[in-house]
Design a protein around this ligand. Sequence first.
Ligand SMILES: [Zn+2]
Length: 404
Amino acid sequence: MFELFIVAYPWDLPAEDVGGVLDQLRGEVGVSGLSLWVAAPPSAQLRANSRHPRVFRTRGGVFFQPADRHYAQTRCQPIVSSWVTMGNPLATIAKACAGRGLSLRTIVSASAAGRMAERYPEFACKNVFGDESRDRLCLANAEVQTYLRGMALDLSTSAGVTALTLADFDIRWSDADDLHAGASLECVINPSPPPGGEGRVRGFSDALLGPVERSLLAVCFCESCVQRSQSAGIDVEAARRAVEQTVNLAFERGPCEGTPVADFFAEHESLAEHRRRQIEDLNTLLRKLKEACRCDLLLERTAFDSPADAANGLDLSIPSAVITRVDDPARLPTVMPSRARRNELQLSATAAVGPAASRLVGILPDAANAGFAAVEIDHYGLLSESALTTLKQAIRFARRSAVG
Ligand SMILES: [Zn+2]
């Protein structure tokens, strides 16, 4: 049967409500289970109207009580969120799911769990200039790998957990995404739009960093990455030079334009080798985590446009399932990785709202017929009563159509 999972954050399922919420999701909407964030990045979320507080803020971290024995071999220790002051939300939710025959998957941000990179700068990704990431641990680091193996064992032996999903499974100095280097105002609100005209008008964009420069700055040159590449005989200094020279050139000529990111890597052999080595390390880690995990190990990825993105180099046949996040469902047939053992789709909750809602009723049957085994909706805190009703109709159509 085509399955429906709802992504949820623990604060959307407080102990006093969890039974009622799950009864509704199972009985009325027809969900197969929950995908619960248990090691999450920082966030500030506006939530649907029935929830309080309306804005929930967290610095992230882990949202369960880790068992110390699983982390005894590493200096990298999980940071328990201050929200988990009493009790163990994971245990409460797991028990409630099990009592209703619902699967419970736990989602772990492998590299970006809140406050980890700040507390352990020595384990963080570093860009070519030696700047330590504020939000990403480097997954090539042995201490980080041991911490993740511990967490895989910890969660997968925790009562009621049926699967573990890895998110943010990449080696990236992700601070490059919002690095400020000149104005980049893409559009501004027009205070007095002409009648029938656009409320937004194009502004100016003269940032010094384009997609090539940002991709290069995202390449990790931490001690672990440098050492691993050097022992593999890769000319790391040449890789560094390629990044530095391109970024420096942007300050004289503006960003490198007209060269796709993939082509740039192809033209700089050492850099491409350094990146390939990182992806090989990720594949090795993925295998180790699968071995450590006592339940199914799933991998979440985004359907990228660029063939240079790391997720495209990962061996997608390793995890038990690959969950591909799609922002434009029109691209559905092109996003399914053929190597995966099982394919699932992830859609934003906005797919069940407004004009998109009527399309969702068509999209889910298409997904089921295209071979996707499940859809995950991200996330419960955003779903209003009417969005839940839409979801219920869409999943019924999909199940009927998949059977027929
Ligand atoms: Zn690194």
